[in-house]
Design a protein around this ligand. Structure first.
Ligand SMILES: Cc1ncc(COP(=O)(O)O)c(C=O)c1O
Length: 365
């Protein structure tokens, strides 16, 4: 049993674990931000105190992800789910079509929104076999007049992740990176647009980060309501209306923590070590634990697995819950178990889970 006051072993899929030091900083500053006698929550979004936080968050993300000069970083609300609609609203004109690579439930949702707003097609799919793999790059078939190609870089529910991104040439590449942004280094310049709900690797819920190439932005549909246009956010530094100030402040604290850890390369190395702890147990279990994802498509963020039978799975989930592990039930649409190990989930929590899995297997095999 976890002692009262001790931090939980939090494997939630999102909202997810935050770094302890970021939470402590927020706690220390909660009543009096920077000697102003007010919480950052109580500051005007037009004031210099908040504005500094806002701009630091943007600058830190640019630095940590090595975002090129010709990109804008935007803070939008409505979650990644609104991005499913905003992307086609802005970038799918009549006479063009959008290609979607289907790698899970979130790709399906993104595709469904695009279909409502214009012409969309499936450029490749891993649905057969219930999304255990990522389509090979050569399977992706772009059709004529493709406005953009959309991928989901990490599939939170199924536990698969792209480990190499397609080269789409002239076709703008767009990615939903909600569940693996900032978890590994990659070349942002391959993408026309990246979006991510913050509540896994970037901070709390309430804000969605959009990274967009300026030349691409210029092609966007101008005839949209202000709040649905990326241009509105870009023009006013995401301060057209009141942004989710406290969420953005927490994003800033989380980015500072990433920097303190040694940046994205160091975080990536740790993520590999964390994920290996569990995949090794699964692989050495002689079928006691069965991973959902094919090994080459395995996610470093969400480890999905089942136990040999449902009664045992139920027993495992009940036991880990009693012992202070949180969030290990698989998504309701897939079942089984899922350990989400985002950036801020400590190595020690993953090690504790590995030890528990080994012990449970010994007692129940
Ligand atoms: C990959 C991915 N895309 C989109 C979403 C939906 O995000 P939101 O709840 O911010 O709309 C999620 C949520 O878990 C996700 O994992």
């Amino acid at each position: 049993m976890r002692e009262h006051g001790k931090r939980a072993y939090n494997f939630n899929a999102g909202p997810a674990a935050m770094p302890l030091s970021a939470l402590q900083k927020a706690q220390a500053e909660l009543l009096d931000f920077n000697g102003t006698g007010m919480s950052i929550m109580e500051h005007s979004h037009r004031g210099k105190d908040y504005e500094a936080v806002h701009n630091q968050a943007i600058a830190l993300l640019k630095e940590l992800m090595a975002i090129p000069e010709n990109y804008e970083v935007l803070f939008v609300q409505g979650g990644a789910s609104l991005q499913f609609a905003m992307v086609p609203m802005n970038f799918l004109p009549a006479g063009k079509q959008a290609g979607y690579v289907m790698t899970g439930a979130w790709s399906e949702k993104a595709f469904a929104e695009a279909e409502k707003l214009g012409a969309a097609y499936i450029a490749a799919t891993a649905k057969e076999g219930n999304y255990r793999r990522i389509p090979a790059l050569k399977e992706i078939k772009a059709q004529q007049d493709t406005a953009y190609l959309h991928i989901t870089s990490n599939n939170t529910i199924f536990g698969t992740e792209w480990h190499a991104f397609p080269d789409t040439g002239e076709i703008p590449l767009i990615a939903d990176m909600s569940s693996d942004i900032l978890s590994h280094p990659f070349d942002v310049s391959k993408f026309a647009l990246i979006y991510a709900g913050a509540q896994k690797n970037l901070g709390p819920s309430g804000v969605t980060v959009v990274i967009i190439r300026r030349e691409f932005l210029e092609q966007a549909n101008k005839n949209l309501p202000a709040m649905l246009k990326y241009a509105t956010f870009a023009k006013d530094n995401s301060l057209y209306n009141t942004p989710p100030t406290f969420s953005i402040y927490m994003v800033k604290l989380m980015l500072e923590w990433v920097k303190e850890q040694g940046g994205v390369t160091a975080i990536h190395r740790r993520n590999q070590e964390k994920a290996a702890l569990l995949y090794e147990v699964i692989d050495a279990s002689n079928g006691f634990y069965v991973g959902h994802a094919q090994p080459e498509a395995r996610s470093l963020m969400n480890v999905t697995f089942r136990l040999a039978d449902e009664a045992l799975e139920k027993k495992f989930l009940e036991e880990v819950k009693k012992e202070g592990f949180v969030g290990l039930n698989g998504h309701r649409s897939v079942g089984g178990c899922r350990a989400s190990m985002y950036n801020a989930v400590p190595y020690e929590a993953c090690k504790a889970l590995r030890d528990k899995m080994l012990a449970f297997q010994k007692e129940n095999a």
